[in-house]
Each structure stands twice: as C-alpha cells, then as structure tokens.
Design a protein around this ligand. Sequence first.
Ligand code: FAD
Ligand code: FES
Length: 291
Amino acid sequence: MISTLDQRPSIVCGEANPMAPAWTRIVACQQESSNTASYTLQFLDPEQKKNYRFQPGQFNMVYLFGVGEAAISISSDPDKCDSLVHTIRHVGSVTFAMNRLGIGQCVGLRGPFGSSWPLQECRGRDILLVAGGIGIAPLRPAIYQLLKNRDDYGRLILLYGIRSPQDMIFKEEVEGWMDRRDFQVLITVDYPSDEWTGPVGVVTKLLRRVRVDSSRTSVFVCGPRVMNRAAAHSFLSHYVPEDEIFISLERNMRCGVGQCGHCQYGPKFVCKDGPVFSYASVRNLFGKDEV
Ligand SMILES: Cc1cc2nc3c(=O)[nH]c(=O)nc-3n(C[C@H](O)[C@H](O)[C@H](O)COP(=O)(O)OP(=O)(O)OC[C@H]3O[C@@H](n4cnc5c(N)ncnc54)[C@H](O)[C@@H]3O)c2cc1C
Ligand code: FES
C-alpha cells in the first residue's frame, strides 16, 4: 500500500498521551559523512514494535534523557517498520548528544507525526525529487516506495545537491540508483574535489540537464530554505502547477502535535499540517522570512 497525505498511521505512543516517548534501543549506527550518521532503532516493547507504521516524509520526535528532543525524519523503508532509521546531522544539543551514544543505548521516540509525500495521488506521473544535503533523508522512504512500484509512475528523476563529494550521504545506495536505467540521478556539488568530474553549482542548475514535461510532472523538494525557494520558483517558471510542487518544511518543534505553537507557519502548524505542503497551500507565506 502506498502512502497518501490523508492516510496517517496512528502515533505509537497512543493517541491518549502523545507526549510520552516510547523507548527504543540503538541496534546499528552507520557514519554517513563527517557530521552525519544513520541510527537504526528498535522498540523495546514488542507491541509497539509490531504496531508501528509510518508514511514516507513523516518524522519522529527523538528524545534523549536529560538533554531534550529534536524532530527527525524517518529515513528507512516504510515496509520494514520493526526497525527504524533516523539519519542525523550533528548540529546542536540533542544531535551532538546522539553522536555520543553507541549501539545498545536507549533513546525515546514519539511519533510518527506529520504529513507525507503524496505518492498515491501522483501515480502515473513523472516524479522529480530535489534534495539538498540532509534533505535526502525524508525523501529516501519515498524513493524505496517509488522503486518498489516503479511501473505505476512515469519518469523518475533525483536532483541531489551537496556541499562537497565527501558530504554525500547514503553513498553506496545513491551509486546503486545511478546504475539503474529507470532512475535518472544527477548530483551537483558546491566545492568539488580534484577527482570530481560531475556538475558544480546549485541544485537548480541541474534542471537544464533534464526534460520537464509540466503537464505530467510532480515535484518533491526537501533541503535548506533557500534551496526550497529556488527550486519551487524554477519549477513554476517551467510551468509545473503550484499544486504539483510539494515541499517539506523545517521549523523548530516542541510538542509535535499542534499544541505548543512553536512550529507555527502563518495559520498552519508545520508539525501537524506539514511538514510536507503543496506550494499552492503555502504560496502566500513561502517568500516571507519571519513567518
Ligand atoms: C519535520 C522535521 C524533520 C527533520 N528531520 C531531520 C533529519 O532527518 N535529520 C536531521 O539531522 N535533522 C532533521 N531536522 C532538523 C532538526 O530537528 C534540527 O536540526 C534540531 O534543531 C536539532 O536539534 P539539536 O538540539 O541537536 O540542535 P539545536 O540545539 O536545536 O540547534 C539547532 C541549530 O541552531 C544552532 N544553535 C543552537 N544554539 C544556538 C544559539 N544559542 N545561538 C545561535 N544558534 C544556535 C545550532 O548551531 C544549530 O545549527 C528536522 C526538522 C524538522 C522540523
Ligand atoms: S511543535 Fe508544537 S505546535 Fe507544532
């Protein structure tokens, strides 16, 4: 079954108390780049392990005892929910603390929260994915589903922008995708190494290298704010309709369930109404810096 924006699985910690984290154990850890690692987590409670479901694009609140919580997307295959992968860039208090944990140690999880990439609605269309840096993490579950149901879609294209070749995450997997004939993957870097022979520059420059049929293309975008804006505007100028451009937004989060107001985005809450929004639904807020 492929995800839709409307089919949200129930939160694991129970609708009655969405603030109580469920305990998980780190069972594997994969260093992806100098500041990013993927952590595989398993629920301690067999019932939670059995019942947990998520849709591509959703996130969990990851809780470190005595430190705090951070919103982290789920980067693993939605068909393999007995263990979940979170790919984390170590930038602040919670994520630095996560970096100090090892296999066997426990973290709390609340979720899954938020909306998902509209894979069901986009059946039959070309799918163009635009990822910037760690933004490929919430897109990876969608890629798994798209490849598993490859015949249900038209052309599948990934444009992936990274700072330098050493910053590529999911490297082996991305290289495997590049070898496929039914998946066009283009990568660009800001700072090339001596060995780099590929494109250099911002990810939107890659658009010159692909054919966009605006009448049948849906676009999924996830990256830094400036990249999200540039990508959305590039696709609009290629006449992709506003309601076929989907963007995953980032905001500081606390509760994750629409109660604290921390992630407010105009009249919307990114945790509850997003993080995946259609451009059409956020058009009026999108260009503004302090919303
Ligand atoms: C829906 C969603 C999904 C996300 N998915 C992921 C994901 O998959 N992987 C991932 O790595 N991140 C993800 N994030 C981002 C992550 O939630 C944030 O980076 C989070 O703030 C990290 O928490 P932290 O406590 O480690 O960092 P924080 O302490 O909150 O710091 C975050 C940033 O603020 C800066 N900062 C901290 N303190 C100060 C200060 N006093 N003054 C100025 N700057 C400061 C830090 O340098 C850092 O850049 C996601 C966010 C959202 C909303
Ligand atoms: S994080 Fe509390 S309302 Fe969204």
